[in-house]
Design a protein around this ligand. Sequence first.
Ligand code: NAD
Length: 493
Amino acid sequence: MQPRYQLFINNEWVDPSRGQWFESLDPFTGEAWAEIPRGTREDVDRAAQAAAAAMKGPWSKMSATNRGMLLYKLAGLIEENIDLLTEVEARDNGKLRSEVRGQVGYVAKYFYYYAGMADKIQGAVVPMDKPKVFNYTRLEPVGVVGTITPWNSSLLLTAWKVAPALCAGNAIVAKPSEHTSASLLELARLFVKAGFPPGVFNVVTGFGRDVGEPLVEHPLVPMIAFTGGDEGGRRVNLAAAAHFKKVTLELGGKSPNIVFDDADLTNAANGVITGIFSAGGQTCMAGSRLLLQESIHDEFVDRLVAITSKAKLGDPARSDVQMGPVATRPQFEKVVDYIRIAREDGATCAFGGKTRSGADYGAGQFVEPTIFTNVTNDMRIAQEEVFGPVLSVLKFKDEDDALRIANDIRFGLAAGVWTKSLHRAMYMSERLQAGTVWINNYRSTSFTTPFGGYKDSGLGREGGTEAVKEFMETKSVWVSTDLEMPDPFVRKY
Ligand code: NAD
């Protein structure tokens, strides 16, 4: 019997207003395993009303210290429920259990981090250029924040938004991806257990049209924090602009991983493989463009092929498997199509390039880890986000040539540089147009530091102290200490 979930609004479990559900599929078996409520505009309205009421109720009057303690309690509950949350999320996105477990552990850490920050948010006393007046700034919560997230890391990417937003005192209406909704509904149970007042955290599941759009348009929701593709991001940004809403956008990437001839090539090869094939390439920060200095090109490609050929594909629940299926059927078809396009455009498939089916591969939604050489930067495989296990290898001559290729793209999420030269590393990191630059490592993330994109990779930053400010308004307060207001109609020259 499949579990049938309900919407979570105002700390209550409720049926969707039109009484419709849709199935959530396990990407490995291809079978439905849960029923997810198909939310509507009316459900978004219910949740937004509840969240807006929370912004006037006990939540808004709670001291920042007590707010932090609730977040701390929630973090502990996430740790206690790590098995359940891992199972549910992995069931939906088909990622390796070990990887999802690591992410859920990290979700707890996000809440711990922002729990500690809640009562340390400070405005400033501003030095004045005028006498007899005192000015200070107050940081105030924006209000109700709508979060919209994709399918690859549902809990983690929601935590990136919800933890700092709640730390700042906001209330949330969360809309997870229609492909991976269950884990967020399970998380909602923990909000009740932790003791959050009604309306502070609400989850409305469903499709972009039915739930995402009404959330962006809703008059009680002054801010949207979105992670997803750049097409969806553009639509959200345009719709939000019509209502002058705040937005943060964490969008796609086509990040360059740049290996110089003086690098530790063993480390670099491991880092490049981790950068592209972790989560089957289904991460925004995937290092999907490998830029190799000409002199090491052939040797380095051989190393990559040798490492990649050891990867075992199969059931992501098994501990001896290194790569699971592609998360959704449309995404599988998209990846397969990009492999065809790369071949047609003249790239050489140095490894992989095929799909896998048969007894070990469940419903057959598998694409081999794939390496294309002879890629030029004008090819679609070098410019467009595949969001799958496909690496494009390009050659460069020197630092400036590498920078020219790396920056000649509309994305700017992240970049990697592999070199033993400090000078080279600094030269590159200053000039790369990317929100994150990793030197001699790749794919490191932490709640302590900001993450976000340049160019078409997004707006705003998540993580660190900067994230909290995204969810706050700054108010400037002027207090007269002895300032006389002159007669407005008597001009003094
Ligand atoms: P997507 O853009 O299709 O969907 C993301 C979310 O937006 C979903 O919940 C969807 O229902 C909703 N949505 C779609 N259209 C909408 C609309 N018009 N209004 C409001 N909401 C709408 O993305 P996806 O396919 O789920 O995820 C993959 C994409 O996410 C990739 O491009 C990837 O790079 C990006 N991503 C970015 C980051 C980052 O931090 N930069 C992290 C992970 C994934």
